[in-house]
Design a protein around this ligand. Sequence first.
Ligand code: COA
Ligand code: AMP
Length: 632
Amino acid sequence: MTQTPKQGGYAAEYRRSLEDTEGFWLDAARAIDWAVAPTRALDESQAPLYRWFPDGQLNTCHNALDRHVDAGRGEQLALTYDSPVTGRKASFTYRELRDQVAQFAGVLAGLGVAKGDRVAIYMPMIPEAVVAMLACARIGAVHSVVFGGFAAHELAVRIDDARPKVVIAASCGIEPTRVVPYKPLLDAALALAEHQPEHCIIRQRPQSTADLTDRDLDWDQAMATAKPVDCVPVAATDPLYILYTSGTTGRPKGVVRDNGGHAVALRWSLENIYDTHPGEVFWAASDVGWVVGHSYIVYAPLLTGCTTVLYEGKPVGTPDAGALWRVIAEHRVTALFTAPTAIRAVKKEDPHGALLHAHDIGSLRHLFLAGERLDPETYRWATDLLGVPVVDNWWQTETGWPIVANPMGLEPHPIKAGSPTMPMPGYDVHILDQAGREAPPGTDGAVAIRLPLPPGTLPTLWHDDERYVRSYLSAYSGYYLTGDGGRKDEDGYIYIMGRIDDVINVAGHRLSTGAMEEVLAAHPDVAECAVVGVADTLKGQVPRGFVVLKTGLDRDVREIAADLVTAVRETIGPVAALRQVDVVAALPKTRSGKILRRTMRDIADGRDPELPSTIEDPTVLETLRPVLRDDV
Ligand code: COA
Ligand code: AMP
């Protein structure tokens, strides 16, 4: 198996990635099997839209499965499914997974799905979700996975944007305390959506089977009669998937991932950042509906020839706070990747780590954490308990792999609590002030990346170059705006302090306060509203809603507040976790009418922010202060 070539330590590799971009990435590309090897790395002809490996051709599924079988890895485990919520466990060798995927690709091809067609996937953490994703990749179709915690409206919005030919779903998902029937949510989404797929394929689960209609096919029956199909080579620049992520408005952004740059970057990252090598067991305890799931449950481990663990459960409650340690011990996991919130949940239930002692976690070399800021207390607790490096890494759906990390496989750096460490190759990270000037070390600013972004990052938004440029590239000319604020220290370590827009992070899930506000504002009794993300010891942040009601209403305000909580849950989904809506007399605003959301958040978090000089009426804020502080 080709290793990703290394020429020096971190500093040399990083410098080379920026100074000899072609050489660096063409070398990294040698770890991938190409149908037509690329002769060029970067295509700048349409800057600021960049493309990688413009003359290369490959198939991502071939690289994830077939090549490993061909190279003698066929009997090694590719995927281990561990589902405490159903009591099921199953394993698939590379050969078995390849055969399943080829067969399901045959199902899709039989339905007329071809290169470039979109397929939506609305599934829980079951092996069929991975099979469905890879089957799309096999025939050059573009998958769009929608997280199961989103409700019908969110699914409908994504279906209307991606216009899938086929939707693949399961009859239900299983949460620790309840079964969530997915099929009624899918049917409701299709009733809302303008676009209609030609077929839905439903994986029936015994916990709640679904009624099928003429448009629906049963997964098992379709598989029984399908013929396996081979991999179709695609251009490196062709889309592999679309993954929708929350922006500042209710309309999610369709992040596009290409085939070539993605395969090259993920392959490089697993060895050089995550220090995980062919044959080892990698476990990303996330969900296939999020980018961490796409990159580090599915693609990177399989591209590398590792065994990936697909865990259908939670860190706590399935059955207890020892679940992470049980899975590590049972499957000999070498690297666990999850969100800090999962560790905080374990710490809350088992503060002294008593449940760890029942399990031999000697296989574990690293704990990687991302998805939200890793607070120093959680970092120290996990480090003391596990005795392995606890490694923060910062990135986002748009980039697909770490922007800033500690390259454990290349050259581990001393860890500084609170910092995800150094920029990764190809990411020229800058901290900019409002005028676009470099902020001095130690000073907070907007975190921006000088263009071009490296391979694997988004080339654009789905069918919307204009929105891509407007949202990300227009704030500072020549830079990609990450949406995060942060600073660098004297040693070049980067600290990420949180979003500077209306995106919040709830239990590692990225959500838009703007989308929640749209739901609140649509309520007939609401005159105006604001949703802000406030600090939460378990989930990092949780949303809180504040509404001003229309005058002359004759309803109990508690009833209205409860209606609003339900509306967000039913429109966006339970994952939004908006539990508290306060009815208030007025919202604090600037003289030009802008609601002072950041000031509200700061007060709710217990800080004492300086009041903006443009505030319209400071007494409004004073009246609101006890509500924000929850002192009423
Ligand atoms: N399908 C349906 N509902 C889902 C769902 C899914 N796939 N995922 C979550 N939900 C529901 C939950 O059941 C919960 O519903 P409730 O309000 O009725 O209890 C709600 O959405 C919020 O879920 P969650 O964010 O998971 O919070 P929680 O309180 O159930 O659990 C943690 C808290 C910390 C244990 C949990 O968030 C966790 O394991 N986080 C790990 C972080 C992670 O996976 N991040 C992804 C990026 S790395
Ligand atoms: P997502 O697109 O869902 O992966 O969310 C990306 C956002 O999560 C980033 O823009 C950050 O705000 C936040 N985030 C992810 N990882 C980290 C991290 N390691 N430290 C701080 N914030 C993070």
